[in-house]
Each structure stands twice: as structure tokens, then as C-alpha cells.
Design a protein around this ligand. Structure first.
Ligand code: 0CG
Ligand code: SF4
Length: 317
């Protein structure tokens, strides 16, 4: 009788994954504000789109609000990593709020591009997800010049004043491939559509997609650690499936893994969104190890070295 050997259960762990430079800076900014000024520190919207980060900061005295109008006059408010429109800044000033701007410098870069093209009177087609805070802030830089293009239907319908003076820009956390599809579709309608001066989808978003793509075809299941409202994390699930993973799910915590997903699975891919502390990934690896997936191989497609200086308001104190 020949023994049939069990397939070796293993985990492929994507690198890069987790915190990007903009998220790290934003979270440290809130921690510094707590340290320097003591609670309460107000934060407009979630500082980054991660449940664990938000819950931990809340426990330490951060009050998250939807709008600056909820912040008492004269108090300190931090603007989230996703950025704010000039109208929000003006409102904070009117209410005499002290502000710390944790907008990621790579989001600010897109705001500047909007301003530049609006000054030159271009029609700006902003590719992004309707209702996402980042596009609300970016579009708010020049509401009369910007139109949001979310779906393929939007791209088919959008109208511009002068097809020879139109540019596309984008949200920083989109699927690279899907965005290029949208751009091709727009270029089919507007052959003179200008490209952004540099990529708006940020290095962290695209690097995490490249890493998950590199391992997806070998995975029976990909687990992406990240929150439901995190655009870049959601995109990792989609990209994993498109790149050949048999199944993929987004989870905030290891305890959310449904054991049924593991039936018949040999190789599990693990990655995490740009707003996810690595401790949550380590928890997931421990959870998988207890169930037989103890062998972990890291799949590295890039080494990230980028870091950003703290917000200006915190540099001089
Ligand atoms: O991916 P989005 O823009 O939804 O944000 P998240 O906070 O998850 O991570 C990057 C930032 C800021
Ligand atoms: Fe900045 Fe990109 Fe991170 Fe967003 S995902 S905070 S744009 S580095």
C-alpha cells in the first residue's frame, strides 16, 4: 500500500502590507496631540479607516466627530489622513478651532493638481468612489471644475465643456487595473484627455496590489486584514480574486474568519491594508497556526523606505 501524503498547509504572507507612511504619520500625530494637550482631542472622521486603530484611540480620550460643527469652540481638532476641502478648513477657522492637519502629503499633492488644472480652466474628471471622504475633500478644492467618475456608466455619460481641455485625476487608493480601464474608456470618448503629471494612486496602494497579485494564483484562500470602509483594503480582496485566488475575504480580526472558508484549503494568502497595524496580522498568523497553517513564507515584491515628517503644527512644539 502506498501512503498518500497530505498536501503541506502553508501561509504566503505578502510584503509590503499594512501601514503606509501617511497612516503612520496620521496616527502618530493624534498620539502626539494626546500627549501634548491631553484628552479630549477631537478628530474629524476616522483618522484612518481601521476599527482597531479608532477604538484604541477612543479609549485613550479621542472624540471622533463627523463634522467640525460638533467640536466645541476653541478646542483642538485633527483632520484625518484622507484630507478635507477648503470649506471644512474655513468652517474650523470660523469656529476658532485649533487644527492639526494629518492629511497625507500624497493626498495634498492631488489637491494641488486640482487647483492647478482648475486655474487653467480644465474640466477635471476625478476617478474615485462616490461618498469616499478623500474624493469629497479633493473635489471640494474646485467644485465647479471637478466631476466624479466612479462607475463605467459614469465614464460613458460624463460631458465636458471643451474635449481638448480635459484631464483625469484620481483617488489615491483605487485598483490600478480598474482605474486604467476607466481611463481607456474615457480616452475613447475624449482622445485629448490629459494624464496627471504623476501617478495619483499612491505607492502604498499599488505596492500592496502588486504583492497580493504575485501570490494570488497559488492561494486557495486570501485573507485581507482591513476594515469594510477602507478603500485600499477592499481593493486587495478584488485584486486577489482577479489575479486567481480561489476565494478572498476582508476581516478586521482573526476571530472573524469563518472556519468553513478553510475547508479543502492548502495555501492561505495573508495581507493587510495600508491602515492596518501589523499586530492584527500577527494575531491572524497565530490563529492559523493553531489550525495547522504554521508554515509561513513571505512573498516580497518591494521594500518600502518612505516616511513623512509630522504635520507642521506638531513640528515646532
Ligand atoms: O483606503 P482608504 O482611503 O479608505 O483609507 P485607509 O484609512 O484605509 O488607508 C489609507 C489612508 C489614509
Ligand atoms: Fe497616503 Fe497612500 Fe497611505 Fe493614503 S494610502 S495615507 S495616500 S500613503
Amino acid at each position: 500500500m502506498t501512503a498518500v501524503s497530505e498536501p503541506v498547509k502553508r501561509v504566503l504572507l505578502a510584503k509590503p502590507r499594512g501601514y503606509c507612511a501617511g497612516v503612520d504619520r496620521a496616527v502618530v500625530a493624534v498620539e502626539k496631540a494626546l500627549e501634548l494637550y491631553g484628552p479630549p482631542v477631537y478628530v474629524r472622521k476616522e483618522i484612518v479607516h481601521n476599527r482597531h486603530v479608532v477604538e484604541s484611540l477612543r479609549e485613550r480620550g479621542v472624540i471622533f466627530v463627523e463634522e467640525t460643527s460638533e467640536v466645541p469652540e476653541g478646542e483642538l481638532v485633527v483632520f484625518s489622513a484622507h484630507g478635507v476641502s477648503p470649506a471644512v478648513r474655513a468652517e474650523a477657522e470660523e469656529r476658532n478651532l485649533r487644527t492639526i492637519d494629518a492629511t497625507c502629503p500624497l493626498v495634498t499633492k492631488v489637491h494641488k493638481e486640482v487647483n492647478r488644472f482648475a486655474r487653467e480652466d480644465y474640466d477635471i474628471l476625478l476617478i474615485g468612489h462616490e461618498g469616499h471622504e478623500e474624493v469629497e475633500g479633493t473635489a471640494g478644492e474646485a467644485p465647479t471644475h471637478v466631476q466624479l467618475v466612479d462607475t463605467a456608466e459614469d465614464a460613458a455619460k460624463v460631458e465636458v465643456r471643451d474635449p481638448s481641455k480635459v484631464v483625469w485625476l484620481s483617488q489615491t487608493t483605487l485598483s490600478v487595473d480598474e482605474t486604467m480601464e476607466r481611463v481607456d474608456q474615457l480616452k475613447g470618448r475624449f482622445p485629448n484627455l490629459a494624464d496627471p503629471p504623476s501617478d495619483d494612486i499612491c505607492y502604498a496602494t499599488s505596492n500592496r496590489q502588486t504583492a497580493v497579485k504575485a501570490m494570488a494564483a497559488e492561494c486557495d484562500l486570501v485573507l485581507v486584514v482591513g476594515s469594510k470602509n477602507s478603500s485600499n483594503s477592499q481593493r486587495l480582496v478584488e485584486v486577489a480574486k482577479q489575479a486567481g485566488a480561489r476565494d478572498a475575504h476582508l476581516i478586521d480580526f482573526a476571530r472573524e474568519v469563518d472556519e468553513k472558508w478553510l475547508e479543502g484549503v492548502t495555501t492561505v494568502g495573508v495581507t493587510s491594508g495600508a491602515s492596518v497595524p501589523d499586530v492584527l496580522v500577527m494575531d491572524l498568523l497565530a490563529w492559523l497556526s493553531e489550525r495547522g497553517w504554521g508554515e509561513v513564507q513571505e512573498v516580497t515584491t518591494a521594500n518600502e523606505k518612505i516616511a513623512f515628517a509630522l504635520p507642521r503644527e506638531l513640528r515646532s512644539v
